[in-house]
Design a protein around this ligand. Structure first.
Ligand code: S0N
Length: 273
């Protein structure tokens, strides 16, 4: 029984943004287009994801699509113009790349809750999430070489880290569709559940995560990222180390000494082996 009462955090045009017991849920709300995203959809997701980052009540984020037909079918081909996806301002852009980076850098776990199609840029969105829970009806794949595009960033390299080089090349070169169990076998999703249990299971997973230490989760996410993200990944991990250091008496002694116009005394702090 699904008796989860989501409360609206903020009204948007192309997404829904809701809250329930520590969980922020972002739902692409364009089911008539199989939840394809426009520049506005992405801009709204970036705003919601940024809210999740700064809202202390939110410990985990769920990204999903409205209905059971699709999680997301990628960029809305009807607004793809000369040089990107064209928004109401007439400017072509590919702002989904900013969203991908935000999903990876927000220091809270992001779970993709996938029913139906996760295809093209919509597939990459679930790939960059920390975890994916799939309904039995979920279908996964890339379409780029069929529709005149490709994602050579996380959509290629991070996908290859997840499923291996051979499989990632197969996914992109053949543009085949994989069902939920095939996705599970290749490590592309964490769990497959009956479609009617998808939200219930996702909330159960969120609750288990919410019981855990937020700083441990934060450090782990940045550690997983650092392994792949080079200098930017090290910066993220190091930023978290700095956060922890700021919390220590040793770091506070440096700041206090400066403010009190005296020499800092670090002699009492241990020099760990
Ligand atoms: C999703 C599919 C497989 C669903 O098939 P189904 O269930 O048979 O439904 P349809 O009748 O086909 O669709 C229902 C209605 O929805 C519209 N629609 C579906 N997907 C899109 C879409 N992506 N854009 C616009 N409209 C869409 C249909 O047209 C239909 O509308 P009506 O009823 O009016 O006819 C199937 O629909 C499908 O294959 N969709 C296209 C999937 C696709 O190719 N997506 C785009 C892939 N490219 C990107 O996502 C690029 C963006 C990107 O992320 C990126 C990132 C970094 C670097 C590069 C890129 C890049 O690739 O450019």
């Amino acid at each position: 029984m699904n008796n989860i009462n989501w409360e609206t955090i903020k009204e948007f045009n192309e997404i829904r943004f809701e809250y329930y017991e520590g969980i922020g849920k972002i739902t692409i709300n364009r089911p008539h287009k199989r939840n394809a995203f426009t520049p506005l959809t992405v801009q709204e997701m970036i705003e919601a994801m940024t809210h999740c980052r700064y809202d202390d009540k939110i410990g985990v984020v769920v990204l999903t699509g409205e209905g059971t037909e699709a999680f997301c079918s990628g960029g809305d081909q009807s607004v793809r113009g000369h040089g990107g996806y064209v928004g109401n301002d007439g400017v072509p852009r590919l702002n989904v790349l900013d969203l991908q980076k935000l999903i990876r850098s927000i220091p809270k776990p992001v779970i993709a809750m996938v029913a139906g199609w996760a295809i093209g840029g919509g597939h990459v969105l679930h790939v960059v999430c920390d975890l994916t829970i799939a309904a039995e009806n979920a279908k996964f794949g890339q379409t780029g070489p069929k529709v005149g595009s490709f994602d050579g960033g996380f959509g290629a390299s991070y996908l290859a880290r997840i499923v291996g080089q051979k499989k990632a090349r197969e996914i992109w070169y053949l543009c085949d569709v994989y069902d939920a169990n095939e996705a599970l076998q290749m490590g592309l999703v964490n769990k497959v559940v009956p479609t009617e249990k998808l939200e219930e299971t996702t909330v159960e997973w969120c609750k288990k995560i919410l019981e855990k230490s937020p700083i441990a989760l934060r450090m782990l996410k940045s550690a997983f990222n650092a392994e792949l993200d080079g200098q930017a990944g090290i910066q993220e991990l190091a930023g978290n180390a700095t956060l922890l250091y700021y919390l220590s008496d040793e770091a506070k002694e440096g700041k206090n000494a400066f403010m009190e116009k005296r020499k800092p005394d670090f002699s009492k702090f241990p020099k760990f082996p």
